[in-house]
Write a protein that binds this ligand. Structure first.
Ligand SMILES: [Zn+2]
Length: 176
């Protein structure tokens, strides 16, 4: 009996030092070069309650962008929140037109496998019209090249037309 006890064992191998590390005392990881690779399949259902934010997602499914406004100080939070972070006042829902200005963005040519998105993946930070804070989400439909993306360009909220895995994917940004 031995390694055959491990059902999903793929291989055991000796890893080389990928950087040909020259340490004055020799290879510091010499005792850890034997590497076991396994295949570990996980399948589970994760139930997540969206709580006080639920209306935001329900309205996205209706093609509306709603956020919250503080009843006490009037601040409009681009990302909705039940309680105002500035004055602790209770907020109320407020519909915004979904238009705004791209204030910053980043282009990712690598994303984690679970994201299942096309690359480059463009993450946009948008100052929405009518909001006092920014909103971060993916920018799509910018054309053939990310060179066309410029800070200061008008963008708008676009709504999913195909079923999505997570309510957050019910929206994205695109050039206005
Ligand atoms: Zn407030």
């Amino acid at each position: 009996m031995g390694l055959e006890l491990i059902k999903n064992l793929m291989e055991v191998y000796t890893a080389e030092d990928p950087m040909a590390f020259q340490h004055p005392d020799g290879d510091p990881w010499a005792d850890f070069r034997e590497v076991m690779r396994i295949e570990w399949k996980m399948d589970f259902t994760y139930k997540h309650v969206l709580g006080k934010y639920s209306k935001f997602f329900i309205e996205l499914a209706n093609g509306k962008f709603v956020t919250t406004k503080c009843k006490d100080c009037g601040k409009v939070w681009g990302i909705p929140r039940p309680l105002c972070s500035d004055c602790m006042g209770i907020c109320e829902w407020e519909e915004l037109p979904g238009t705004g200005i791209l204030t910053s963005y980043s282009v990712s040519n690598f994303v984690p496998a679970f994201m299942k998105v096309e690359i480059p993946y463009v993450l946009a930070i948008v100052k929405l019209d009518g909001a006092d804070t920014h909103f971060t989400h993916q920018l799509r439909n910018y054309g053939d090249s990310t060179d066309s993306i410029k800070t200061g360009m008008p963008v708008k909220v676009a709504y999913a037309t195909e079923p999505v895995d997570h309510p957050m994917l019910l929206m994205y940004f695109e050039p206005a």
